[in-house]
Design a protein around this ligand. Structure first.
Ligand SMILES: [Fe+2]
Ligand SMILES: [Fe+2]
Length: 385
């Protein structure tokens, strides 16, 4: 049975020795702590705790320290180096012990701002990421926003099982995307794990909860790929597709934009319209992703087809191959619809999400570009989701 008290280094010791260590008291207990700050740097952590504690009672767990997991926590702040698989595994375990409610948001203070850091933060299920040297005001602003959005009093919390599956899927997606960013092989087992988590989460028509949970993810690529995976899998189930087919769709949707791992972050995360040259680079993600997976070999041809052709339109105006009509496979048509809908309803720093009704109207207005029968079925699916 896992220990109920666990800190960063205590968990590392537990993994090495099989038993917990460092059963000290957390520093700074005051009132009922609503914020838990996990840090691997005590001096900086003490200063940050003082800042946070001024507005929200905050418990600090530093190196070698531990604290009771508490149902009162409304926010967990992670201030730790996440470089390397061991550090990631340790922090995931620490979070698993402290995050009694998967709906509790996690703010990751990242040591750097590169794509690797974002992927690592995503891999521990971070809800939001700020650079470690962000101003105190920025950290407090984000912390308050997350506390408010995590468990608003007038909203039912997301179903814990869905939130847990979303966290698992985000972790698996992080492993896959991180490998692609580093030019390494995509882990087939991580992809299977992610696909299974998506299927678990949307089973029984719980797509609404999945959308709620996933749309709170700050990293745009994570949010997008998890949204498309949930929508595609739920839609495939609604269409009566076999379990094997749903599994294929779930995995393909998770990696449909894997080629974006090779797109420069300045273009990928540009908060505004792309220039024609930038658009060309961005559009190359479909062929890059396809070639990445073909090179690795072992992936289902239908999955590869979706990765390459999820931007093709039936009237031949899509890319990269300008396919038309029957040349576009049924599964690619399905994922394309979910991809467009997801992009419209996503939350981004520079745009407000399109309301579902308007997003569906946009799909319908695309006319001959999309499969009209599938669009009608998708409208029904979202209408009752
Ligand atoms: Fe794409
Ligand atoms: Fe996409």
């Amino acid at each position: 049975m896992p220990p109920r008290t666990v800190g960063v280094h205590a968990e590392r010791d537990r993994r090495r020795t099989g038993r917990p260590s460092g059963r000290g008291w957390p520093i700074g207990l005051r009132g009922t702590p609503r914020v838990l700050l996990l840090t691997d740097r005590l001096k900086d952590g003490l200063r940050l705790r003082e800042v946070v504690d001024a507005v929200e009672p905050c418990t600090l767990v530093g190196p070698g320290q531990s604290a009771e997991a508490s149902p009162d926590h409304r926010l967990i702040i992670c201030d730790a180096a996440l470089d390397g698989p061991e550090a990631l595994a340790v922090f995931r375990a620490v979070l698993a012990h402290h995050r009694l409610d998967p709906a509790v948001p996690v703010l990751c203070l990242a040591r750097g701002t590169g794509p690797d850091v974002m992927a690592q933060a995503g891999a521990i299920g971070a809800t939001a990421v700020l650079p470690r040297d962000a101003s105190d005001a920025q950290i407090l602003f984000t912390a308050r926003r997350l506390i408010r959005s995590g468990r608003p009093a007038d909203r039912c919390p997301a179903e814990p099982a869905v939130a847990a599956s979303a966290r698992d899927a985000a972790g698996a997606f992080g492993d896959v995307f991180e490998a692609a960013r580093r030019g390494r092989s995509v882990s087939a087992s991580a992809l299977r794990r992610g696909g299974s988590s998506v299927m678990d989460a949307v089973a029984g028509g719980r797509i609404g909860s999945w959308l709620d949970v996933v749309r709170s993810h700050d990293d745009a690529t994570y949010q997008h790929c998890l949204l498309v995976a949930g929508l595609s899998t739920g839609f495939a189930a609604r269409l009566g597709m076999t379990t094997r087919g749903q599994r294929l769709v779930a995995q393909a949707a998770l990696v449909h934009d894997i080629g974006k791992a090779a797109i420069p972050p300045a273009i990928l995360n540009k908060p505004g319209p792309l220039s024609p040259a930038e658009l060309d680079v961005m559009r190359s993600h479909a062929t890059i992703g396809h070639e990445m997976l073909v090179r690795q070999s072992g992936f289902d041809p239908q999955l590869l087809d979706i990765v390459r052709h999820h931007h093709e339109y039936l009237d031949g105006s899509g890319y990269p191959d300008g396919l038309s009509g029957d040349e576009v496979s049924a599964l690619s048509r399905l994922v394309t619809i979910c991809d467009i809908y997801a992009a419209l309803i996503e939350r981004r720093a520079y745009k407000t999400p399109t309301p579902p009704g308007e997003a569906l109207a946009t799909l319908v207005a695309m006319g001959g570009k999309l499969d009209a029968g599938l669009v009608r079925a998708f409208c029904d699916f979202i209408g009752v989701a």
